[in-house]
Design a protein around this ligand. Structure first.
Ligand code: NDP
Length: 276
């Protein structure tokens, strides 16, 4: 597979999402996020993943505006927080996020977590948000097959993407095949297992064989799986390393070995046990 930092995945054939983006969860809203986004854009990243709950949308917007790169060249995702689910509150929440970002539209707006009691009303609002041009694409995050089944009962537009926890220790094969069957792109959050996978001995052997680091192996594996990845870092050298994935390729045997590392082990909450 030929991949580069500008490679994209198609969302329902209408919008292209860069396969690699910068995640900014737990990045402070002022200079910290502005610096991380600025460095990423300089390095050639064209995709930033934020959320209203990260409290850094303003800084993301400022960094993109200051970069001199045309808004249309940068793919921006933000997310609807749980307490804003419901029809009217979702319609207001996108306006709040756009105000903070200083933008007329986001490229992708996601329902952050499933809240089954609100799914039908929230998704109706998401469809209107897309029709109004406030989001070029809409999708979900942390939805399991039964959450998607419920959404499909009333949806007129299918979600284009499902952003889920995904890394070698959590591969959710049934969820991924459900998404494949429904033309839903899978996007990996915590692709580095929040930094805890970097010392994995089995991955270290593969990294040494290619003369790269474990994070680079993990991110390359995710991209070769056809999954979009949004690693987070505020450390310039790591932001660079995480985008330097295109000078090597994992063999079929290496892909198979990493595919066999699934332990069904999460670092984040289980989507059926969300109490926030
Ligand atoms: P990641 O798996 O991206 O790991 C981030 C951690 O790994 C940080 O501590 C970072 O440290 C460290 N790290 C990054 N690169 C390297 C490297 N090359 N070598 C060693 N350590 C490294 O975790 P996240 O939870 O942040 O997930 C990524 C993004 O996914 C989030 O930022 C957010 O955008 C999204 N997300 C979405 C969720 C959802 O519910 N939809 C939930 C959680 C995340 P440092 O920054 O100090 O360099």
């Amino acid at each position: 597979m030929t991949l580069s930092l500008t490679s994209t995945a198609s969302l329902h054939g209408t919008v292209n999402i860069p396969r690699l983006g910068l995640g900014v969860f737990r990045v402070k809203g002022g200079p910290e996020v502005e610096q991380a986004v600025a460095i990423a854009l300089e390095l050639g990243y064209r995709h930033v993943d934020t959320a209203v709950i990260y409290r850094n949308e303003e800084g993301v917007g400022r960094a993109i505006a200051a970069s001199g790169i045309d808004r249309s060249e940068v793919f921006v995702t933000t997310k609807l927080w749980n307490s804003n689910q419901g029809y009217q509150s979702a319609l207001s929440a996108i306006d709040t996020s756009l105000g903070k970002l200083g933008m007329d539209y986001v490229d992708l707006y996601l329902v952050h977590w499933p809240k089954p009691e609100h799914t039908a009303d929230t998704w109706r609002a998401m469809e209107e948000i897309q029709t109004a041009g406030k989001a070029r694409a809409i999708g979900v995050s942390n939805f399991l097959p039964h959450h998607l089944d419920q959404l499909f009962e009333t949806a007129t537009v299918a979600p284009s993407i499902n952003q889920i926890e995904f890394h070698p220790h959590l591969q959710s094969p049934e969820l991924v095949s459900y998404c494949d069957d429904h033309d839903i792109v899978v996007e990996a959050w915590s692709p580095l297992k929040q930094g805890t996978i970097v010392d994995d001995p089995e991955l270290s052997v593969i990294a040494d064989a290619h003369g790269v680091t474990v994070p680079q192996i993990v991110l390359r594996w995710i991209l070769q799986r056809g999954v979009v990845a949004i690693p987070k870092s505020v450390t310039p050298i790591r932001i660079a390393q995480n985008s330097d994935l295109y000078g090597f390729e994992l063999s079929d045997a290496e892909m198979t070995a990493i595919n066999a590392m699934d332990r069904d082990e999460r670092v984040g909450p289980h989507p059926d046990h969300v109490d926030f």
